[in-house]
Design a protein around this ligand. Structure first.
Ligand code: AMP
Ligand code: MG
Length: 415
């Protein structure tokens, strides 16, 4: 009797249940791009910091200019000049104005800003007088109010936010100099296979360039991890044990093996770490990526055993390893965005397994994107070259055997 296959969700749930989030550390705002907040970022100053002008023009008393019109302009005497950064708070009496630039503090005595455009003379003679020819609609116009965006103590960025340039700028605007972010997951990437040689080396019959470690190193970095050990080992149990010890020496939080987990005679990861060992090996109802290994080492590192075909590695990483790396960092969103797009062409899909097909998206019409397989060869997990064209995975449910052109398909965006 064949054991029922696990669903992707079941397998991922088991993995995530083993994840213990890493601790936090304080880092300068500018050095935190790509890191995940483990504590919320709160405003240390109000945004805006003070009432300030939204326009270049004049700070005036609304009552003085409420009746201004082009036939009956209001003449005001200019009693002060307020460039950005000025600390002055000049008194403004009836019939008076202060020239003010965008971002300058609005004088306490003024309650509206008249932009140069609404005066007869603009900048000309503007340090002596101005002629207001358009009445502001209301008091308060063109004044950016203190704390309109955030007050001291407000939570600007919740825990779990990934820091990008926009978040770093918001934190700086709020007076912060540091973020508390998750420690960077330390990852060991271990390729297995006696056929593998360094890319660029001469290939004797039976040998191929080792590419999974390149793939995984990049994917780990994109997911906020740091590769602290990268090795390619032959299908040899002693060699595998040795490299696992090495991963412990460098304090890896996660070890990602590729290859050696399926049903062949020389499955080194499965044979070394399988029954009775640190990892269990299961079948997941997905294509590619059916054989999956997962476990924990004696010192608590998460151990992933991914099937070796390059497309399987890429898909398995997306489905299982990336969410785990993000969960280690306390990231709020563990999953990539998925949108539904019509298929530009039809294709066959494997029965009873959810398909993850490397795909390209035709974005030429912004209102009508469509999705197509990235490789003419279909969904073969060995089509490592075509992977380079992929910008998404089309995800087709297990029950569907064939996608017809025009039907809507879930598409996981990678870029
Ligand atoms: P395995 O899962 O070990 O049976 O490997 C499946 C297929 O993926 C075989 O054709 C391997 O040669 C290939 N493969 C395994 N590991 C790598 C790797 N690191 N780089 C490139 N191809 C690999
Ligand atoms: Mg192998």
């Amino acid at each position: 009797m064949t054991e029922p296959m696990r669903t992707v969700e079941e397998h991922l749930a088991r993995i995530l249940a083993s994840v213990q989030p890493l601790g936090g550390e304080s880092v300068p705002v500018g050095g935190a791009i790509g890191r995940t907040l483990t504590e919320p970022l709160r405003a240390l100053v109000d945004i805006p910091v003070f009432d300030n002008s939204a326009m270049d023009g004049f700070a005036v008393r609304f009552a003085d200019v409420a009746g201004a019109a082009s036939e009956s302009p209001v003449r005001l005497r200019v009693v002060a000049d307020l460039p950005a950064g000025s600390a002055l708070d000049p008194p403004i009496g009836p019939g008076e104005a202060a020239r003010i630039m965008t971002g300058s503090a609005v004088p306490t005595a003024a309650d509206v800003i008249v932009p140069f455009e609404d005066t007869a003379l603009g900048l000309e003679g503007s340090l002596e007088m101005t002629l207001v020819r358009v009445a502001p609609r209301t008091a308060g116009l063109f004044i950016r109010r203190r704390a309109a965006d955030a007050s001291v103590g407000d939570e600007l960025l919740p825990r779990g936010t990934v820091v990008g340039p926009l978040q770093a700028a918001a934190a700086a605007a709020a007076g912060a100099t540091t973020f508390v972010v998750a420690a960077t997951p330390r990852v060991a990437v271990i390729s297995t296979g006696s056929e593998l040689v360094q890319p660029g080396s001469p290939l004797r019959r039976g040998q191929i360039p080792e590419s999974n470690s390149e793939l995984l190193t990049g994917l780990v970095a994109e997911a906020g991890g740091a590769v602290v050990l990268r090795r390619s080992v032959a299908d040899d149990e002693a060699a595998l044990r040795e490299v696992l010890r090495h991963a412990a020496d460098v304090a890896a939080d996660v070890v990602v093996f590729s290859g050696g987990v399926s049903a062949g005679a020389y499955e080194v990861v499965k044979n070394t770490l399988g029954p009775g060992g640190e990892m269990s090996f299961v079948k997941v109802a997905m294509q590619p990526g059916k054989p999956q290994g997962f476990g924990r080492s004696a010192d608590g590192a998460l151990l992933f055993g991914l099937p070796g075909n390059p497309v399987s590695v890429a898909v398995s990483f997306e489905t299982f390893v990336r969410p785990a790396l993000l969960a280690l960092q306390s990231r709020a969103a563990l999953h990539r965005p998925v949108l539904r797009l019509p298929a530009a062409v039809g294709w066959r899909t494997p029965p009873n397994r959810r398909q993850y097909l490397p795909a390209v998206i035709d974005r030429s019409d912004p209102g009508a994107w469509s999705v197509a397989p990235a490789t003419a060869g279909g969904s073969g997990s060995h089509l490592a070259g075509g992977l380079g064209r992929a910008e998404a995975y089309a995800i087709v449910p297990a029950e569907v055997d064939e996608v017809e052109a025009g039907t809507a398909v879930d598409v996981m965006l990678l870029t």
